[in-house]
Design a binder for this molecule. Structure first.
Ligand code: SF4
Length: 166
């Protein structure tokens, strides 16, 4: 059995692999039989290389998606790829960090809540809501002082940019 077949078989058995480029971690350790250990030992170098290659592909993909999101210039992207390839030890941490950042960006994009500070109806000086004053917010007192930075959805919301016509 070659390293790839071993890797696939053990993943199907519920094992997980991790490497810092030098050491190979396989878990859960309590389920490893002597047979597993022997096979892992004899394919250690290939397993590390296989995981690193796989990891690097995902890492580079995540890095480029972040560069797209931030609109980074080509020189910066090239430097980033070069650095990533140079330090396999940090691949896991970098991948986790990039994926968290991408997930947080996706959450922000999908979040349609707003704050009153973004709304043309919010009166900075008095802290009052003009839509409520005009009786446009159902069940809300006319003299309404909303919490300006609380994220929420509101039927009276008009974005300042929309009001300005941009
Ligand atoms: S209309 Fe809604 S979002 Fe706008 S200030 Fe009033 S409460 Fe806030």
């Amino acid at each position: 059995m070659d390293a790839k077949a071993l890797f696939r078989r053990m993943i199907a058995e519920g094992f997980r692999f991790k490497t810092d480029g030098v050491t190979l971690f396989v878990g859960p350790a309590s389920r490893l039989t002597d047979g597993h250990k022997e096979l892992i030992r004899s394919h250690k170098a290939e397993l590390i290389e296989l995981i690193n290659r796989y990891l690097l592909a995902h890492l580079e993909d995540a890095a480029m998606r972040l560069c797209d999101a931030y609109d980074y210039p080509p020189e910066y992207r090239a430097r980033m790829l070069k650095t990533l390839r140079k330090f396999p030890k940090y691949h896991w941490h970098a991948l986790i960090h990039f994926m968290e950042e991408l997930a947080s960006m996706a959450n922000q994009e999908l979040d349609d809540r707003i704050t009153c500070t973004e709304c043309v109806n919010y009166q900075q000086k008095s802290g009052r809501c003009l839509a409520a004053w005009r009786g446009e917010l159902i069940g809300v007192d006319r003299v309404y002082h909303p919490s300006p930075t609380r994220l929420h959805r509101c039927e009276g919301f008009i974005a300042k940019e929309v009001a300005r016509g941009s």
